[in-house]
Design a protein around this ligand. Structure first.
Ligand SMILES: NC(=O)c1ccc[n+]([C@@H]2O[C@H](COP(=O)([O-])OP(=O)(O)OC[C@H]3O[C@@H](n4cnc5c(N)ncnc54)[C@H](O)[C@@H]3O)[C@@H](O)[C@H]2O)c1
Length: 381
């Protein structure tokens, strides 16, 4: 991979709207403010040794690598010695983190600013890749309710195009970022992979379609696939600056501005909040499997339930806020009531076990937002 120093990217056009799927640029994104972010996926020597045997000098592609989870995955891949191509159209991210990696490891990373729906960008991105980590997606449930067609095109059609391009490029495996939203509101807990999916939003339906595509591509076209169903991933660099921000950055942003966070519903709904390092670790393990995974689906969570009310009080304590109570607003359409993962299948088949606990993860995440909340996009309302 010697394509690291091509044309630069104009920051004026570098936050895309996700609609123009034909723009393409390759190279280092310029002039982005750099946000300090420590490497989050702390592996033991033994874990690193095993994973780097598989990944050192290996060409991999990360779709959506400018995004929150993708950016952390890219950090870990770079540290393990992989040669990484990122494709992202910046529909829901900016290129500041990628720019900092290009500066520090120019020989190891290539950035394609383009859409997974654009065949030229996509084939350039997957060229030579042994593993394709497919994270690019439109991730907001409320936005998917507003514009289901766009969510479907990016998440379902986009996944089909990634699978096709990866297979044509001779990749060995696509590791797909699936979503626990596929389970829907079936009250049975914990969520286990044998439970019938009941997607409740266009987002959940599109992510579930991606799993079916992965399985069928493994069966029909000989490319191996693995589907990782994430449960509420959180950590540094998750966007805090939109009405659709995930709950942890949104709460931290409000507390750090001495404002009440908003809870949709009564706050007794529960989630399996999972530190981003655990999702990254699951991706690395899925790549490292010696035998075919054949489209199997794995829950990737921490395996514990926490209510949104308890989460709010833990975060308030961690940032030293007292006397600010959450605002309760009506529940949002398409959101599930309770969720917690049974992670035994991933433990047995992939050797997955969470490497960062909820308490450790919340502590380091709160610390990061405290240090970076201006640069990270504080709402300041
Ligand atoms: N964050 C979570 O808790 C969570 C839970 C379940 C599943 N997931 C899945 O994990 C993946 C990553 O999520 P995230 O939280 O990092 O979201 P994110 O929005 O930060 O990252 C997604 C990235 O995909 C990019 N993208 C969107 N459309 C694109 C397109 N057409 N072409 C190229 N790039 C495009 C965005 O610009 C963004 O950088 C997604 O597939 C999401 O569905 C996330």
């Amino acid at each position: 991979m010697d394509a690291h120093n091509q044309t630069s990217i104009n920051p004026e056009t570098a936050r895309g709207n996700g609609i123009d799927d034909s723009q393409q640029a390759v190279g280092r994104p310029e002039h982005f403010p750099l946000v300090q972010s420590p490497h989050m996926t702390r592996l033991t020597d033994q874990q690193s040794k095993r994973l780097s045997t598989n990944l050192r000098n290996t060409v991999v592609c990360v779709t959506g690598g400018a995004g929150f989870i993708g950016g952390h995955l890219v950090d870990a891949l770079i540290e393990l010695g992989a040669r990484v191509t990122v494709i992202d159209n910046l529909a829901n991210s900016n290129a500041s983190h990628i720019a900092s990696i290009v500066d520090s490891h120019p020989e190891q990373i290539r950035f394609v600013q383009g859409s997974i729906l654009d065949p030229i960008s996509l084939s350039s991105a997957v060229e030579g890749a042994k593993y394709v980590f497919h994270l690019a997606a439109l991730g907001s449930v409320p936005k998917s309710v507003e514009d289901p067609a766009r969510t479907w095109v990016v998440n379902a059609t986009g996944t089909m195009r990634v699978l096709t391009a990866a297979q044509k490029a001779g990749a060995a495996r696509v590791i797909y970022s699936a979503s626990s939203s596929a389970y829907g509101d079936n009250p049975a807990l914990p969520k286990i992979e044998t439970q019938a999916p009941e997607p409740e939003s266009p987002y959940a339906a599109s992510k579930l379609a991606g799993e079916s595509l992965c399985r069928s591509w493994s069966t029909c076209y000989g490319i191996d696939t693995a589907c990782l169903r994430y449960f509420n991933i959180f950590g540094p660099r998750q966007a805090a600056d939109s009405a659709y921000a995930a709950v942890i950055p949104a709460f931290l942003d409000r507390y750090l501005n001495n404002q009440s966070p908003t809870i949709f519903g009564d706050g007794t709904q529960t989630r399996d909040f999972t530190h981003v390092s655990n999702a990254v670790y699951a991706n690395l393990l899925a790549a490292a499997q010696d035998s075919p995974v054949a489209g199997e689906v794995f829950n990737i969570g921490a395996g514990h339930r926490t209510s949104v009310n308890d989460l709010a009080s833990s975060l308030a304590k961690l940032v030293g806020v007292t006397g600010i109570n959450p605002d309760l607003k009506p529940e949002r359409t398409g959101e599930v009531r309770d969720s917690v993962a049974d992670i035994s299948k991933a433990e047995q088949a992939l050797g997955y076990t969470p490497i960062t606990s909820l308490d450790e993860g919340l502590k380091s995440t709160a610390e990061w937002y405290r240090n970076n909340h201006q640069a990270a996009g504080s709402s300041q309302q």
